[in-house]
Ligand binder design. Structure first.
Ligand SMILES: Cc1cc2nc3c(=O)[nH]c(=O)nc-3n(C[C@H](O)[C@H](O)[C@H](O)COP(=O)(O)OP(=O)(O)OC[C@H]3O[C@@H](n4cnc5c(N)ncnc54)[C@H](O)[C@@H]3O)c2cc1C
Ligand code: SF4
Length: 550
């Protein structure tokens, strides 16, 4: 976002990206429309976390780029090394934070309030909606502010059943808000034709990725953008006064180190990568890392909470086939609907529903033998018997995922590991992260909800309900891939790393425009807020240039 806003304003921008150039429309790398039979494993994974056709150039494990865990901590760090990063294969759930999400401490005394409020970000959320496009519906809910919405797609059969079941339990359901074009907004991007394969990257640019919607249009507008790809930033360089002069990077094609000079350095490498770059930028002026006089760089790392459950829905078995195509995501969802006063955890979670008649591929039906037992049928099978079972059961499993807000805590953090380096000799991160009872209790509540709603659908629950020993099914931190909060925002340089314009307190020409500055996560996915904040920060930088402060 910063690249587009700054280049459109006439500034020269050098984008330094650790991965290769990537264009979703390039037929050489495209996996969209590939049939399962085009893969010897029907699309099952050998290297990519979500299967061979998924577009992530990376995952929780990246060759040559290790990270470590400390003292029984668990953290899974997802990285995608490609121009546009994880937006090439993300889930597109594009939610604004609501007014109370910025001031949650006022409600429960936990965490910290943001120094800015919804009113500061609203104009930028509005601009992001209109530039990029998001479908949804006006709901007049204070917690889920309305934006500029394109028409949402209609719910499919399993989603209609979910709506009835959820409403029976007084769980709110509204149309999803995904950044996918259901109507044309310009001549450069196509309109979604419901191939249901967004995780493979959209070759007609109907969904949002940073490359297709921001960098390429900015280049087309005549923006002065130099792309440095396969370039791994090692550190930010500073002058003798401690002001940034540019960055050093390793060119991954010749393994040599190069320096780039800049008047302003903007980090957008994702929350943990930016913290790593800062902590690796030690100098006389910044002995424990750039802009780290507060000792808070890396601290308050937090990911969304998450848990899931699925059920077999007999009413969806032996289904009549009809066109049920849709976007690569859910068409309806449930925003948080309860008041925490009577609950044993703070903050909320939203519900995502999945199921339907997508293209069968590897793992279809999960375990058909297991489904047969619900009908008293013989277990096991192959050949015609297996084929029949697949046809009968396909589309009859529906699942719900809860994604919620964790409390940011100082003792959950990343720091430089003193004894491990990556393949280019750059010191790597190690993580300290443990969930608290708040998140564990929230997961327990999620499972109560999953069971009630799935049972309302007439479902037979699959698997066992996870107990206390499994933290009630709470996924390990990092697995929801919403990590935020390593360079927190605030007015006080002693208790925060950046100010309300994402400008480092200690170094006025370094800005951080990823999720590092987040003080809290909300029960929302983070990307729409990253984009709105980055645009706001870019406007600030442009004004500072006009005032000749850089
Ligand atoms: C499967 C999946 C589903 C998701 N679904 C959603 C969703 O529905 N809604 C939502 O809001 N969010 C979702 N997310 C999260 C979303 O993708 C991230 O919030 C978003 O991409 C963060 O943007 P970013 O630019 O900060 O980081 P990234 O997208 O990770 O981009 C960072 C870029 O910086 C580069 N980089 C990193 N370190 C260096 C370095 N040292 N030198 C040079 N370059 C470097 C990386 O290679 C990468 O290209 C999902 C993520 C995944 C993986
Ligand atoms: S579902 Fe729509 S947005 Fe997603 S990849 Fe297919 S055409 Fe593109």
């Amino acid at each position: 976002m910063a690249t587009k806003a700054l280049a459109d304003a006439g500034l020269k921008v050098a984008v330094v990206e650790a991965g290769p150039f990537f264009d979703p429309a390039d037929p050489k790398t495209q996996t969209q429309f590939k049939w399962p039979y085009e893969s010897p494993r029907r699309g099952a994974n050998t290297q990519r976390a979500f299967g061979e056709f998924d577009m992530a150039y990376g995952g929780w494990d990246v060759e040559g780029e290790p990270y470590n865990l400390v003292n029984g901590s668990s953290f899974h760090w997802f990285r995608s090394r490609m121009l546009g990063g994880r937006t090439n294969h993300w889930g597109k759930i594009s939610l604004r934070f609501g007014p109370r999400d910025f001031k949650s401490k006022d409600r429960d005394g936990l965490g910290e309030n943001w120094p800015i409020g919804y009113e500061d970000l609203k104009p930028y959320y509005d601009k992001v909606d209109q530039l990029i496009g998001v479908f949804g519906s006006k709901e007049n809910m204070e917690t889920e502010p309305d934006g500029f919405f394109l028409p949402p797609p209609k719910p499919r059969l399993h989603e209609l059943m979910y709506i009835n079941a959820a409403r029976k339990s007084k769980v709110a359901v509204i149309p999803s808000r995904l950044s996918i074009l259901t109507k044309r907004i310009n001549q450069d991007r196509g309109v979604c034709f419901y191939c249901n394969q967004c995780s493979r990257s959209c070759s007609i640019y109907a969904d949002f990725s940073s490359g297709s919607c921001l960098i390429f249009p900015a280049q087309k507008n005549g923006g002065q953008i130099d792309l440095f790809v396969n370039a791994m930033v090692k550190n930010v360089n500073v002058d003798k006064n401690g002001r940034a002069t540019g960055v050093s990077f390793i060119n991954k094609t010749d393994n040599k180190e190069y320096k780039l000079k800049a008047k302003v350095v903007i980090l957008a490498a994702s929350a943990c990568s930016s913290a790593r770059i800062l902590l690796n930028s030690k100098s006389t002026a910044h002995p424990n890392g750039l802009g780290n006089s507060s000792n808070l760089v890396g601290r308050y790392l937090h990911d969304s909470t998450g848990s899931d459950r699925a059920a077999f829905i007999p009413a969806l078995m032996d289904r009549k086939r009809y066109n049920e195509d849709g976007v690569g995501g859910m068409h309806v969802y449930s925003p948080w609907w309860l008041d925490n006063k009577n609950l044993d955890f703070p903050r909320g979670y939203h519900l995502e529903v999945w199921g339907g008649m997508g293209m069968p591929s590897y793992g279809t039906g999960f375990n058909l033998d297991d489904l047969n037992k619900h009908l008293g049928l013989e277990l096991g099978g192959y050949g015609n018997r297996l084929r029949e079972d697949v046809k009968r059961f396909h589309g009859a499993v529906v699942g719900i995922s809860g994604r919620g807000e964790a409390i940011a805590r100082k003792d959950n953090y990343c720091e430089i590991d003193p004894s491990t380096v990556d393949q280019w000799g750059i010191p790597v991160l190690r993580f300290h992260y443990k969930w608290s009872d708040f998140e564990i209790n929230q997961a327990k509540h999620m499972h109560d909800t999953f069971e009630e709603v799935l049972t309302n659908m007439g479902g037979k629950l699959l698997g066992d309900r996870p107990g206390k020993e499994k933290k009630y099914g709470l996924h390990n931190p990092g697995l929801i891939i919403h990590e935020v909060g390593t360079t927190r925002m605030g007015d006080d340089p002693k208790t925060s790393v950046v100010n309300r314009f994402e400008q480092m307190h200690d170094v006025d020409n370094v800005f951080i425009v990823d999720a590092g500055p987040f003080l809290s996560q909300a029960d929302k996915n983070p990307t729409w807020t990253i984009l709105a904040l980055a645009w706001r920060t870019s406007d600030y930088i442009i004004n500072e240039f006009k005032k000749q402060n850089f």
